[in-house]
Design a protein around this ligand. Structure first.
Ligand SMILES: C[S@@+](CC[C@H](N)C(=O)[O-])C[C@H]1O[C@@H](n2cnc3c(N)ncnc32)[C@H](O)[C@@H]1O
Length: 222
């Protein structure tokens, strides 16, 4: 790790809204995020593979009555979002450094209301590692409330095609699906929804600069 990455990694560990479960143990906040971290009963939304946490921070500003947790294995990336949270004075965002593979060690049954998958790695050669593979969906089923929603925003044809197939094969309830998000936003869309879709993550900016079309789907797995 470079010097700056190490500095950011050390700094984020000191922040009060940054948590680092130790695997393979169950995390002490499992089932207690509402009471012990957010001190309210508001819905909790996870951003999985959050990187710098643009969606967690962006959504938190639009929805002060929801709580957001960015999850990633890279602490030095989460440092960026975690620092913005402090600068903006947000109290409804936390970050959790863990592998998503062990997400059930950190969150209890029915603890989560929504999941965002933002520009997840497409894993071209390892479909089982895709964040919409049945292995991961089973993990999400355990922590999502019945009727909980999954959003996926991606540049990747491979990941999106695979996700569309999974939705059909497993009869997930598809609420929205578009291969060209920005080309198909209805003109009469309300401003908040428009703003949400226009939150641009680091990877979205990189991919759109290369001409990628952004895809989006929203579905329920129960
Ligand atoms: C392509 S980046 C996208 C980051 C961010 N969402 C964005 O759009 O800029 C994928 C992120 O997912 C994280 N990631 C991938 N697989 C993961 C896993 N199994 N557990 C935890 N984090 C993972 C990586 O560390 C990386 O930050």
């Amino acid at each position: 790790m470079g010097k700056d990455k190490l500095r950011r990694f050390a700094a984020v560990k000191e922040m009060p809204h940054f948590f680092e479960p130790t695997i393979p143990n169950e995390f002490h906040l499992k089932g207690k995020w509402h009471q012990e971290v957010f001190k309210n009963d508001n819905p909790i939304v996870l951003e999985l593979g959050c990187g710098k946490g643009e969606y967690s921070v962006g959504l938190a500003q639009h929805f002060p009555n929801k709580n957001f947790i960015g999850v990633d294995i890279k602490g030095n990336r989460m440092y960026i979002g975690a620092t913005q949270v402090l600068e903006l004075g947000l109290t409804n965002v936390a970050f959790c450094r863990t592998k998503i593979d062990f997400i059930n060690n950190s969150f209890a049954e029915n603890e989560i209301d929504e999941i965002w998958l933002t520009f997840s790695d497409p894993q071209p050669k390892k479909p089982k590692k895709r964040l919409t593979s049945p292995i991961f969906i089973e993990r999400y089923k355990k922590l999502l409330k019945p009727g909980g929603i999954i959003h996926i925003k991606t540049d990747s044809d491979i990941l999106f095609e695979y996700t569309e197939e999974q939705i059909k094969e497993h009869n997930y309830e598809c609420l929205e699906l578009t291969w060209d998000l920005y080309g198909t936003l209805p003109e009469n869309l309300d401003q908040t929804t428009r703003d949400i879709f226009h939150i641009k993550t680091h990877y979205e900016k990189l991919f759109t600069a290369k001409g990628a079309t952004i895809k989006y789907a929203k579905f329920k797995i129960h």
